[in-house]
Design a binder for this molecule. Structure first.
Ligand code: NAD
Ligand code: IPM
Ligand code: MN
Length: 352
């Protein structure tokens, strides 16, 4: 069995971390005896500057043939972010119905939380983000452009199907974890229609899971609780925008965005799922070879799990933690390792 993987390194540090992810996968495939086939796609802001689009018209059709997509990051200073992201990353999530975005947060060995006194026992939760609708909609527009009456409207879309399926998925995740605790991110005091609806569906669906302890917090105080009481959380489900914010904040208390992984999951496996670090293209450090590849390796572990190669994935994360636990860290974590030297150490630690 050969796993067919599409690679989209994308922009900036995406092009530095994805090759290391591939090198890691090749090492693991030798050690754990599975076969991988990689096909690289150049879709990126560079591609946009050459062709006037982020990917060709049949780009999604081509990607559809793969079991999984490993993506680096999208976005570069010369191209407006809403153009690059709505031209590549967001269409992939939406067209392939990757409606669950799984973003685990855990304090890895050897990494110090900026929260004084917090240890690995306090920081271990999973953000489940709705990934195809909500606040990320292409419905809206501008009227009276350039005049004093200028008016901009951005709609949010919450469908019953979309809300129910991500909450149900979060319930299943919470049921499978020892703490059996599910938190919902809401804002039904200020947001007039969509958030009360989200709450209503949360109540209806969680009623099918009496074994779960369920609670909900408005997003504003929830961000404070993430900092002050990270130990309160197990599985946290939120809309597209709230999930986005929580999945940068969560990692910030566990070493930062350089270690944060994600799975964009098409639960039914009708379409490919996509695995990517949560971080962006980091133009401020791109080209220096210092990007932390842990977010990519952890995303690779999630991809291996998805493909059924759990042992290889577990070996990868154990090796990452042997290296971080030994005090070898990249610059973002206060260390001196480069992207490459850190990767070499993890590959070296695979067999230990
Ligand atoms: P960013 O994640 O690229 O960078 C934020 C900060 O974190 C920067 O200081 C950066 O140097 C640092 N950082 C990020 N990843 C790191 C890593 N692996 N190792 C060490 N340091 C790391 O976010 P941003 O600056 O808001 O966005 C930059 C560009 O990336 C924009 O075009 C944005 O739209 C895009 N973006 C893309 C994605 C994606 O493709 N999934 C995600 C977020 C942002
Ligand atoms: C992420 C990113 C994207 C998002 C942006 C780049 C559109 O921040 O993957 O978290 O908001 O989903
Ligand atoms: Mn984000």
């Amino acid at each position: 069995m050969v796993y067919e993987i599409a690679l989209i390194p994308g922009d900036g540090i995406g092009r530095e971390v994805i090759p290391e992810g591939v090198r890691m996968l090749e090492a693991l495939s030798r050690e754990f005896c599975f076969d991988l086939s990689f096909t690289e796609f150049p879709y990126s802001c560079d591609y946009f500057l050459r062709h006037g689009e982020m990917m060709p018209e049949d780009g999604l059709e081509r990607l559809r043939l793969f079991q999984a997509i490993l993506l680096g990051a999208v976005g570069a200073p010369g191209v407006a972010d809403h153009v690059s992201l709505w031209g590549l990353l967001l269409p992939i999530r939406r067209q392939f119905e990757q409606y669950v975005n799984l973003r685990p947060v855990r304090l890895l060995s050897g990494i110090t939380s900026p929260l004084v006194g917090r240890t690995a026992a306090d920081i271990n939760f999973l953000v489940v983000r709705e990934n195809t609708e909500g606040e990320y909609s292409d419905i809206g527009g501008r009227l009276f452009a350039g005049t004093e009456r200028e008016l901009v409207v951005q709609e949010s879309v919450f469908t019953r199907k979309g809300v129910d399926r991500v909450i149900r998925f979060a319930c299943e995740m919470a049921s499978s974890r020892p703490a059996r605790h599910l938190t919902s991110a809401t804002k039904s005091n200020g947001i007039r229609f969509t958030m009360p609806y989200w709450d209503e569906r949360f109540r209806a669906i969680t009623a099918d899971y009496p074994e779960l302890r369920c609670d909900q917090f408005h997003i504003d105080i929830l961000t404070a609780h993430f900092v002050q009481h990270p130990d309160w959380f197990d599985v946290v489900v939120g809309s597209n925008l709230f999930g986005d914010i929580l999945s940068d904040l969560g990692p910030a208390i566990a070493g930062g965005i350089g270690v944060a992984p994600s799975t964009n999951l098409n639960v039914e496996r009708q379409f490919p799922s996509m695995f990517e670090p949560v971080h962006g293209s980091a133009p401020d450090i791109a080209g220096q070879g210092v990007a932390n590849p842990i977010a990519t390796f952890w995303s690779v572990q999630m991809m291996l799990d998805f493909l059924g190669e759990q042992k290889a994935g577990a070996a990868l994360m154990a090796a990452v933690e042997r290296v971080t636990g030994g005090g070898y860290l990249t610059r973002d974590l206060g260390g001196r390792e480069t992207t490459r030297s850190f990767t070499d150490r993890v590959i070296g630690a695979l067999g230990e």
